[in-house]
Design a binder for this molecule. Structure first.
Ligand code: GDP
Length: 175
């Protein structure tokens, strides 16, 4: 019998970077240019990881991020955070660092951090080099991947990256 583990994952990042679109692609394998900001609220998806099943309970900000602060309840009990920037917007990468700071202040201590450089389908108008993101991710102990919710690039990998950072309940059974 595979054990099911529920893992709360909260999303962070500027408005418009594609948070809801990433969730929609991951959970429903669907992309919609006019996605509503609340659609991601309490979406779930279960994926295998070793001898366990990881049931991701994904919390979207539903637009609250524009106030640049989220209620502590938003972070409470989170196993992981996905922090998103838009590779075509240097500003969004700058704000990402503020979100990480906020997470370190208000989030759980051992939270797994995964950075998504979204909209990589638009790399011809890129403003943020992948190298910068990798250096920053390494400095804070986060995993990083460039994604496209639109073209379904690296969305599964983003969540697999989180799964790999979650220690198994029974290390002897996993391997
Ligand atoms: P949120 O405010 O962070 O939740 O961002 P949304 O998911 O609402 O996306 C903001 C805008 O960016 C929408 O117009 C999306 O269609 C668009 N978008 C999201 N992801 C991508 C992507 O991977 N590529 C492109 N080209 N556009 C995207």
């Amino acid at each position: 019998m595979m054990a099911i583990r529920e893992l709360k994952v909260c999303l962070l990042g500027d408005t418009g970077v594609g948070k809801s679109s990433i969730v929609c692609r991951f959970v429903q394998d669907h992309f919609d240019h006019n996605i509503s900001p609340t659609i991601g609220a309490s979406m779930t998806k279960t994926v295998p990881c070793g001898n366990e099943l990881h049931k991701f309970l994904i919390w979207d900000t539903a637009g609250q991020e524009r106030f640049h602060s989220l209620a502590p309840m938003y972070y409470r009990g989170s196993a992981a955070a996905v922090i998103v920037y838009d590779i075509t917007k240097q500003d969004s990468f700058h704000t990402l660092k503020k979100w990480v700071k906020e997470l370190k202040e208000h989030g759980p201590e051992n939270i797994v951090m995964a950075i998504a450089g979204n909209k990589c389908d638009l790399s011809d108008i890129r403003e943020v080099p992948l190298k910068d993101a990798k250096e920053y991710a390494e400095s804070i102990g986060a995993v990083v991947v460039e994604t496209s919710a639109k073209n379904a690039i690296n969305i599964e990998e983003l969540f697999q990256g989180i799964s790999r950072q979650i220690p198994p309940l029974d290390p002897h059974e996993n391997g």
